[in-house]
Design a protein around this ligand. Structure first.
Ligand code: ADP
Length: 458
């Protein structure tokens, strides 16, 4: 009768070692949660299998209870079930202590622990009588699911399932990633441009026929300036000037900068080579030269880099006490206040598979200033140079960007941004409104994943 044919719900199981907010280390944890939530909202069934780390943020797990036990790999594995952000999660707790180490990563036998987890997760699906349509695994850490499934479990009664493998960052564990690429039915990475950038890598090149770039989105509930307990005034694109002014003052007060109407550049990042450390340092000095303020929130896993920034912080906090603050730690609440209170968020990455900071920045009406690489290229369109590229996607230009990984590049983008603050406030305010109204949620990417899941089953 001309109605839309309703597709039957699919059953998707993620096997992952991170999940926001209970076991989040990086972007992978965000993707597992927010992709799953959006797919579940489209009326599909989603389950997540996660190690039961002793360091889980248990306060964000609802109704956690013992579910069952089974034996595998020479140990007993206790299964717990609970709800996280409305999602069903099975937690595997092997009695060999593999996940009682006080951390997600960072043990000298991480490869062994996670390979064990992958095997145990497939065993759990088999013994529990699950028949998923799709098993989705992520990065090197759950890559073994792909080959363990195809070598063993496909013959044991999980035959209906197809394997989808997502690469969040090719930098780590390429051997595992190469192998999983061979075995997966479909593989993805987290932006179109990054998929092109890595296409020549020996782990990827032979598999381009089944490899796709699907952009990450951001969780609209987690990042919402209208409903954010870490910022002083709720705002939307209608009252963003007031909302952002209040947030800027609160930020200046909180980190001890002078309360003043100056261009404020925010940087929120892991401090690693990937993120363009030399460009970050240069941008701090350039911003100060131009009379602006800078707040950097970042932590460095490498103690030498951390030390280097501690020294820089000491120098800046004495030479520019009222205009520069480096917070060398991980601080989620402060990150919200920076996204809201900054005028510009700088992301000068050397490479960036997708990048979430520029997307969150836009959600809070902050203008991204980025290097044109990977997902940054796909989401930030320069106001002077990318009008046509944006229009082809039905978008307005939304930021400032640069090409080269050198200081001339950063200067080119940052100088234009800061000049716009001094000389074109009205125009800049209308740009803030434009970026806030763009949709960088999971709505569109989740549809792309559903299409991929369907294609994997053909
Ligand atoms: P990556 O996963 O490579 O670190 P992404 O841009 O994909 O980079 O994701 C970074 C996420 O981590 C963002 O949500 C960002 O706000 C957050 N983040 C990064 N560093 C910090 C920090 N020091 N404190 C709080 N949040 C941070």
């Amino acid at each position: 009768f001309g109605g839309v044919v309703k597709e039957p719900p699919m059953h998707i199981v993620h096997i992952a070692v991170e999940m926001a907010p209970i076991a989040k280390v990086g972007g992978l944890g965000d993707v597992v949660t927010s992709l799953s939530r959006t797919v579940q909202d489209l009326n599909h069934n989603v389950d997540i299998i996660l190690p039961k780390y002793d360091c889980l943020k248990f306060s964000d797990v609802k109704d956690l209870g013992y579910n069952r036990s089974y034996h595998w790999g020479g140990t007993e594995i206790k299964v717990w079930f609970g709800k996280v952000e409305g999602l069903s999660v099975y937690f595997l707790e092997p009695q060999n202590g593999f996940f009682s180490k006080g951390c997600v990563y960072g043990c000298n036998n991480d490869k062994e622990r996670f390979a064990f987890f992958c095997h145990a997760a497939l065993e759990f699906l088999l013994q529990g009588g699950f028949h998923p349509d799709i098993i989705h695994c992520h990065d090197w850490s759950s890559a073994p699911v792909a080959w363990l499934f195809k070598d063993h479990y496909v013959h044991y009664g999980l035959s209906k399932a197809r394997i989808v493998f997502t690469i969040h960052n090719l930098e780590f564990g390429t051997h595992h990633i190469g192998k999983a690429m061979t075995y997966a039915d479909k593989a993805t990475t987290v932006s179109h441009t990054y998929s092109k950038e890595v296409a020549g890598d020996p782990a990827i090149a032979p598999h381009l026929h089944k490899f796709y770039g699907i952009l990450n989105g951001i969780d609209q509930d987690m990042w919402d300036p209208f409903n954010d307990k870490f910022i002083p005034v709720s705002y939307t694109s209608e009252n963003l000037v007031e909302g952002k002014r209040a947030a800027k003052e609160a930020l200046q007060q909180k980190v001890g900068l002078r309360k003043s109407d100056l261009p404020l550049v925010g940087i929120i990042t892991r401090l690693t080579h990937q993120k363009g450390i030399h460009l970050i340092k240069h941008a701090i000095w350039r911003t100060l030269d131009r009379g602006g303020q800078v707040v950097l929130l970042g932590s460095a896993p490498d103690p030498r880099i951390q030390n280097d920034f501690v020294n820089l912080a000491n120098e800046l906090h004495s030479s520019h006490a009222d205009r520069a603050r480096l917070c060398l730690t991980y601080d989620e609440p402060l990150s919200h206040l920076i996204y809201a209170g900054a005028d510009f968020i700088l992301v000068p990455s050397i490479f960036e598979p997708c990048g979430l900071t520029q997307l969150v920045a836009m959600r809070y009406g902050s203008i991204p200033v980025v290097r044109k690489t990977g997902g940054l290229y796909d989401t930030v369109f320069d106001v002077d140079h990318d009008k046509e590229r944006a229009q082809a996607l039905d978008l307005e230009p939304n930021g400032f960007s640069f090409d080269g990984a050198d200081i001339a590049g950063v200067d080119y983008a940052l100088n234009r941004a800061i000049s716009a603050y001094y000389d074109g406030r009205e125009w800049l305010n209308s740009l803030c409104k434009t970026v806030m109204e763009q949709d960088w949620s999971w709505n569109r990417p989740a549809l792309d994943y559903m299409e991929l899941y369907r294609a994997a089953r053909k």
